[in-house]
Ligand binder design. Structure first.
Ligand SMILES: Cc1cc2nc3c(=O)[nH]c(=O)nc-3n(C[C@H](O)[C@H](O)[C@H](O)COP(=O)(O)OP(=O)(O)OC[C@H]3O[C@@H](n4cnc5c(N)ncnc54)[C@H](O)[C@@H]3O)c2cc1C
Length: 265
């Protein structure tokens, strides 16, 4: 934990370990990467170790949408206001095409996801207080990459972030009236924040976009072109989601155990 891998060590087309940012080399019989697929193949593996057709294909694939997120600490008793569901999707219609298009355009008044973890786990906040988190799917390149200047987050970035936070709180007031009057603390994250913390390309929330040509077997498989290097997680065939990535990890582990029992390296 807290150790960035900077290199997957490959000898004779076989993964033999990893190197970390602290300069440690860790030998391993097998390497499993659930990191961003572009990072795994374009950054962590030395150039020249993989065929260019595969790398071109990887470069052409499209990451999924990211999220704008808001977390609030509020001093209001939500149960007294009749709010008992810990997850609420607040959208004006069931037309998913319309909702998706609204998200691409950043129509923050159209709706948002509301999650209130303290309704299912009250111990997460003091009595009569709650955590309210708001999420809104959004592209990484919204407003010229969030009004960054030469990749840097300056005043324009922060202003845009604050404005969207305000708009989403207003949208959530359709479900939780007077929410804005009860905020004790607030925090927000853009797709750039997600990219920074998860290292997922473009802050992708679900790995590759779940389009038909990038789903199921069209996604990356657990086995790679490099022997003993395996993949798991949302960039692989099971796709995005916490349960699917857990299953993907289990499947990859079982695959390695099977391979190892037949012919250990
Ligand atoms: C805001 C948001 C809400 C979501 N809501 C839901 C939901 O309600 N239900 C659901 O099922 N799914 C949801 N998802 C999707 C789900 O969270 C992801 O698909 C899933 O967590 C991906 O898991 P993973 O293990 O593949 O990758 P990640 O969770 O991205 O894990 C990869 C890990 O590798 C680490 N890492 C990356 N590079 C390196 C490196 N070089 N060295 C060392 N470590 C590295 C990262 O720090 C990270 O910890 C949501 C995603 C987001 C962003």
């Amino acid at each position: 934990m807290g150790n960035k891998v900077t290199k997957i060590l490959v000898e004779n087309n076989k993964a033999v370990g990893v190197e970390t940012a602290k300069g440690n080399k860790i030998n391993a019989k097998y390497v499993v990467s659930n990191a961003d697929a572009r990072q795994t193949f374009l950054k962590l593996i030395e150039p020249g170790k993989l065929n260019s057709k595969f790398l071109d294909c990887l470069n052409q694939m499209e990451p999924s949408l990211s999220f704008f997120q808001v977390w609030l600490g509020v001093d209001m008793n939500l149960r007294d206001k009749g709010i008992t569901e810990y997850e609420i999707f607040c959208y004006p219609s069931y037309d998913l095409g319309y909702i998706y298009d609204s998200c691409l355009q950043g129509k923050f008044e159209s709706g948002c996801g509301i999650c209130i973890p303290t309704l299912s786990a009250p111990g997460l906040a003091p009595e009569s207080k709650h955590i309210v988190s708001l999420i809104y799917p959004i592209p990484y390149d919204y407003k010229e990459r969030w009004r960054t200047e030469n990749g840097k987050r300056g005043d324009s970035y922060r202003k845009l972030k604050d404005e969207i936070k305000r708009q989403l709180i207003e949208t959530a007031e359709r479900v939780i009236p007077e929410l804005s009057e009860h905020i004790i603390l607030s925090e927000a994250a853009t797709p750039l924040t997600l990219e920074r913390y998860t290292q997922n390309s473009k802050g992708a929330a679900y790995g590759w976009a779940s389009t038909p040509d990038q789903s199921g077997t069209n996604r990356l498989q657990p086995e790679t072109l490099i022997k003993n290097l395996y993949l798991a997680g949302h960039w692989t065939t099971s796709g995005g989601g916490t349960i699917t990535v857990a299953i993907s990890g289990k499947n990859t582990a079982e695959m390695i155990i099977k391979v190892h029992s037949k012919s250990p390296p």
